[in-house]
Design a protein around this ligand. Structure first.
Ligand code: GLU
Length: 378
């Protein structure tokens, strides 16, 4: 097996990293207890990345695996209500384990439980993105999981591979690490096929790659290789590089610097460009905001659009919809995802951000369109 001899630039240059931790790594299968030593070395690695100024967000499984043992649920597949009950119990232990292990390293941990709608609906997507961004700004480590206790079959991911890819896309991460019990994508299941070969690099999810994924998962973890390849699709479409690496050893992230074998999914554009392209192209604009000359200048210099710089809005849009941004001459300056619905926007245009709370009766965001949610024409 050929191993990578050097750390890849996809890893060394990544500034914002999402790490997905599978249940099988975190929870001892036989005893149902947390693998504390492993978790401590993961926390060391994350703390080292944070010390280098990198933003790290964790997506951790393990709630169900921890809780099912406590509730003495039977082995094998659980009914939906059983896994929801298990998650309700296990999530507490999971969060407190992360809190303790990072606290010991001087870092604050935040728990974020998401449901499918939080990443799929644009209005809620903005909320989750801003919350995680705020945590990152304050140097807290967000630990994300699916809100298994309320997610039902129809509205759940069911696996944290795809959830972590959505989170990576949502926060414009450069790199997603899937720590798993296998060190990459193989041409065939390595357990049963002697000449199975690990792939070093994937640049596009072709039907051949999909065929390699098969669908096996283990009893503890929901996803097999199939959901990892689906995560790869989401990541590549969002300009996020992804790596599938084995998390079996201690210091599971350090191995990426040491060039351990793994499979890299390499995106053809960077995450910010991909997001801007998505904003610029994919969405049907639901309205327009007309900005004054001062705001036009501010936007050109990379600032967010504040209500004060807007003369009027038209159209019926919801918070999170795409709108066209028009300059004084009526020309389209670009597009953006708006932070207020049409009725609220109409009330606050031309006003100072400090007046928003008094006008709307509730505190809101200072920006009408945040600069990260904007794609300007050049
Ligand atoms: N959200 C589930 C849990 O915390 C895990 C899903 C998965 O294994 O991908 O137990």
């Amino acid at each position: 097996m050929i191993s990578n001899t050097l750390a890849r630039k996809e890893w060394t240059s990544a500034k914002r990293i999402v790490v997905k931790i599978g249940s099988a790594l975190l929870v001892d299968r036989a005893t149902g207890s947390l693998r504390a030593e492993w978790l401590a070395t993961l926390a060391d690695d994350v703390a080292a990345l944070a010390a280098q100024g990198k933003d790290v967000v964790l997506v951790s499984s393990g709630a169900i695996a921890l809780g099912r043992h406590v509730l003495k649920l039977p082995k094998g597949a659980l009914a939906l209500e059983q896994s929801q009950a298990a998650a309700a119990v296990g999530q507490i232990s999971l969060s407190s384990a992360y809190r303790d292990v990072f606290h010991a390293r001087g870092l604050t941990v935040a728990q974020i439980l998401l449901t499918l709608g939080d990443t799929e609906e644009r209005r809620r997507y903005l909320n989750a993105r801003r919350t995680i961004d705020t945590l990152i700004e304050r140097k807290a480590i967000a630990v994300v999981n699916e809100n298994d206790t309320v997610a039902t079959t129809e509205i759940r991911y069911g696996d944290n591979d795809r959830l972590s890819a959505r989170v990576a896309s949502m926060i414009t991460a450069d790199c997603l690490v899937l720590l798993s019990d296998i060190d990459g994508l193989y041409t065939a299941p390595p357990g049963t096929t002697p000449d199975a070969r690990r792939i070093d690099e994937v640049r596009a999810i072709t039907p051949e790659i999909e065929a390699m994924a098969g669908d096996a998962g283990s009893e503890l973890s929901k996803g097999g290789m199939k959901t990892k390849v689906e995560a790869g699709k989401i990541a590549l479409g969002s300009g996020t590089n992804m790596v599938i690496a084995s998390g079996k050893r201690l210091h599971p992230l350090r191995q990426l610097i040491e060039g351990a074998p793994c499979t890299w999914f390499v995106a053809s554009s960077d995450a910010v460009t991909a997001r801007k392209r998505w904003i610029a192209g994919q969405l049907e604009p639901a309205g327009a905001v007309h900005v004054d000359a001062g705001a036009e200048k501010a936007l050109a210099s990379g600032k967010s659009l504040l209500p004060a710089g807007v003369m009027r809005v038209d159209g019926t849009f919801e918070r999170g919809d795409a709108v066209v941004i028009r300059g004084t001459s009526g020309v389209e300056l670009g597009r953006g995802i708006i932070g207020y619905d049409a009725a609220e926007a109409a009330l606050i245009v031309g006003k100072k951000s400090s007046e928003i709370a008094a006008i709307l009766g509730h505190g809101g965001r200072a920006e009408l369109i945040h600069r990260d949610d904007m794609a300007l024409n050049r």
